[in-house]
Design a protein around this ligand. Structure first.
Ligand SMILES: C[S@@+](CC[C@H](N)C(=O)[O-])C[C@H]1O[C@@H](n2cnc3c(N)ncnc32)[C@H](O)[C@@H]1O
Length: 225
């Protein structure tokens, strides 16, 4: 895989109209309140979006966060930060980090991606979807994994899950509503990512996720000693 122009067909100012001021592109910014962040000073944020969590970790814990993105538009916006332009599935870190995180990004990556990062840290944090049955959404190259699948992925790289917290639907409805309202208010109808985001928000708010048993979870894993 290569660098994607996935966000380039939608101008940055359009994204700014849809996302909030911090450019959060995850449904649950509160995931950054997880205690795992209180004892680390360097983080690699794999699939960092427009840098919302880089800013949050800096302001909240004074953590130096390196972002990794496969989007030229995001890379360009964050060029004054410590930022890497690469496909996460091709990248292998050349230094160590106290913690490596994937905030709503590993859903777009194959299970094998974790192998690239296993030697660069002892701690991995994930926020993503979870369900009782594996689902793959072709249009957005998105995997909804089961808890057992996550356990298997970590086991394969010699890590074990220490915490697995599931968020309630109510927690991520407000963001879905906010983004959907903004997309409609500004009459945005173009751009694959925007169409996918709109559909996802509609699915969440229309109870499709509840029907299909999809939730969000935070996972914290450590290397097995
Ligand atoms: C839902 S957004 C989450 C962004 C960010 N983590 C946040 O919380 O605001 C998913 C991000 O994953 C990135 N992504 C998806 N597949 C990727 C890959 N193979 N390599 C690098 N980044 C990827 C996308 O560019 C996108 O910014």
């Amino acid at each position: 895989m290569s660098i994607k122009r996935i966000y380039d067909d939608i101008p940055l100012d359009v994204w700014k109209k849809v996302l909030n001021e911090n450019m959060d592109y995850s449904f649950i910014p509160e995931a950054m309140d997880n205690p795992c962040f209180s004892s680390v000073s360097t983080v690699l944020d794999v699939g960092c979006g427009w840098g919302a969590n880089i800013r949050t970790l800096k302001n909240k814990y004074n953590i130096n966060t390196t972002g990794l993105t496969n989007s030229l538009q995001q890379f360009d916006l964050l060029k004054n930060e410590d930022i890497i332009l690469s496909d996460a599935e091709d990248y292998v870190p050349d230094k160590e980090y106290d913690l490596i995180m994937f905030v709503q990004s590993i859903t777009h990556m194959k299970n094998s991606v974790l192998k690239n990062y296993q030697s660069a840290t002892n701690k991995i944090f994930i926020t993503d979807f979870v369900s009782n049955e594996y689902k793959y959404q072709y249009d957005w190259d998105m995997r909804i994994r089961t808890k057992i699948e996550y356990e298997y992925m970590f086991n394969k790289i010699g890590f074990e899950i220490k915490e697995f917290n599931v968020w309630s639907y109510e927690k991520y409805y407000p963001f879905a509503q906010y983004w959907l309202d903004n997309i409609n208010k500004h009459k945005i109808t173009n751009g694959h990512q925007m169409i996918m985001l709109k559909r996802l928000c509609e699915d969440i708010l229309g109870n499709m996720h509840r029907v299909r048993d999809v939730l969000m979870c935070d996972i914290y894993a450590e290397r097995i000693k």
